[in-house]
Write a protein that binds this ligand. Structure first.
Ligand code: SF4
Length: 491
């Protein structure tokens, strides 16, 4: 534990050379402690609010943070005014995400003045960055608590210090990270659950901050993952998503067993959860055994998110993605052969330093060849501390915008075409709830993660149903309820 003034020695600024020296051997599996006696019941009659930015990893971390706070008897609120603790679980992936958080921290100052006992905390990836912590210490003294992505299990102790101390409490380990088991969780709904299978990333793509903010790749032991999934099945969850920055590197850090992502998927396949997804996979680590297992289908859905980032081998090399266009396309061909109805989605960056018109055209041609059903597309922007930030960001913004618009047009056209194939077909839909736009309409997702809206009785919410698709749009499908799926697809 440390107070603000000498915080700097607890940070390591992102350093590619240093980070790459990380070893695998010293990963420890720790067990989450009981809530310390002095913190038991401390939240009785008090409320917490968590605001989550960024990716699913953060969403799931917020479920863990909520679980810990509820073990201390805090209850959730969605109102700043009612909250006794507000935690901002932040994202560092893009600069504008950070600006948004700083704007919000500033706007909470008035509330803190009005309610001096309010505990205001900042956690998540931004708090792993030295520049962020230093800015908060200098300019946002109304923040009470900062903790990092490796320190979540320490929350009861940190909160105790924040409640007792007048100084800002800062605990951010730049340590590469352990695996902490038995963390309590409050899951968002009783239908779909996220399950971490591994943490961190060792890929070091040149534009990405994650290997520095989330530490080295470390996998949870198979028995811990499988027990968690069995427990979710017993509780009636219908869908799980296995989560990691690079899920198919799972198991590569085990020194005493040989058990990789394909082995895990094969074991998860035998558990009675109707749908199993995973995100995010890296093309480099997608091996033949994994493809073979995914082709067995059952509860393993035929949807793979396979980030490509660029269609140009030269750009991929500068990005240090560790595959080239040909190798990526070979993998896609293998997947399509093994799983003929596979739906592929991806992530693409446009305007990477030095990207020429010809290289961008290669991205367009790859998109047309693969025929993604959907893609998350981004304009490149440098992140401090990453190797790409030292490259000349020489593609003018108007060119980046033009390329993005062109890419999205091509993707939309493909999406519409792919969706229209579903017209007249009956698809299996997991009903999530009422549609956001119209409470008389129900909304759910297919195995391939496509959003389907249809009219049906409310008792279908939470169930698996068959819907006949009547109209395909670019992003959604409209259909007619046919029947409830009578039994789970998995025995
Ligand atoms: S694999 Fe993903 S998380 Fe890892 S460095 Fe590359 S982009 Fe970042």
């Amino acid at each position: 534990m440390l107070s603000g003034k000498d915080y700097s020695k607890y940070f390591t600024a992102p350093d590619l050379k240093e980070a790459k020296k990380r070893g695998k051997e010293d990963i420890q599996v720790l067990q989450f402690d009981q809530i310390p006696e002095e913190m038991q019941g401390v939240g009785a009659g008090k409320k917490y609010m968590i605001e989550t930015y960024g990716c699913q990893m953060n969403v799931h971390d917020s479920e863990t943070i909520a679980g810990i706070l509820e073990q201390m008897a805090y209850t959730r609120t969605e109102s700043h005014q009612d909250a006794d603790i507000i935690l901002l679980n932040t994202c560092a992936i893009r600069e504008n995400a950070e600006d948004k958080v700083f704007g919000h921290i500033g706007s909470l100052k008035a509330l803190k003045t009005e309610k001096p006992n309010l505990v205001l905390g900042v956690c998540g990836c931004m708090s792993q960055e030295e520049s962020v912590v230093s800015r908060i210490l200098q300019k946002h003294q109304h923040v009470d608590l900062i903790f990092g992505t490796h320190n979540i299990h320490r929350l009861p102790h940190l909160l105790f210090n924040a409640l007792m101390s007048k100084e800002m409490v800062v605990e951010v380990w730049s340590k590469e990270g352990d695996v902490v088991e038995n963390m309590p969780k409050v899951r968002a709904d009783g239908l779909r659950a996220w399950v971490n299978i591994m943490y961190g990333c060792d890929k070091f793509c040149t534009y990405c901050i994650v290997p520095y903010t989330r530490g080295k790749e470390r996998s949870r032991r198979p028995e811990d993952v499988l027990n968690e999934i069995r427990d979710l099945a017993r509780q009636g969850y219908q869908e799980i998503t296995l989560l990691g920055q690079n899920v198919n590197a799972y198991g590569k850090d085990f020194s005493n067993i040989t058990y990789l992502f394909g082995d895990l998927m094969d074991d998860v396949r035998k558990i009675g959860i109707p749908r199993v997804r995973f995100t995010t996979s890296h093309p480099r680590d997608f091996d033949d055994h994994l493809i073979e297992v995914l082709a067995k289908k059952g509860n393993l859905v035929e949807h793979i998110h396979l980030p490509v980032q660029s269609g140009s081998s030269e750009v991929l090399k500068l990005m240090a993605r560790k595959y080239d266009r040909e190798r990526y396309l070979e993998l896609v061909a293998k997947l399509k052969k093994a799983i003929p109805d596979v739906v592929l989605t991806t992530d693409i960056i446009v305007g990477f330093p030095g990207e020429t018109d010809e290289q961008f055209a290669e991205t367009l041609s790859l998109v047309k060849e693969v025929e993604y059903d959907m893609a998350f597309t981004f304009i490149y922007s440098p992140r401090d501390g990453t190797p790409a930030a030292k490259m000349q960001d020489d593609v003018p913004m108007e060119v980046k915008k033009r390329r993005l618009a062109k890419l999205n047009d091509v993707l939309n056209e493909i999406s519409k075409k792919k969706n229209s194939i579903l017209q007249g077909q009956v698809v299996e839909v997991l009903v999530e709830g009422e549609s956001k736009k119209n409470p008389d309409v129900l909304s759910g997702r297919t195995r391939t993660n496509k959003l389907v809206n249809f009219v049906g009785p409310k008792h279908l919410i939470g169930k698996m149903v068959y819907v006949s698709i009547e109209k395909a749009q670019t992003w959604t499908l409209k259909g007619k309820w046919v029947e409830e799926v009578s039994k789970s697809p998995v025995a």
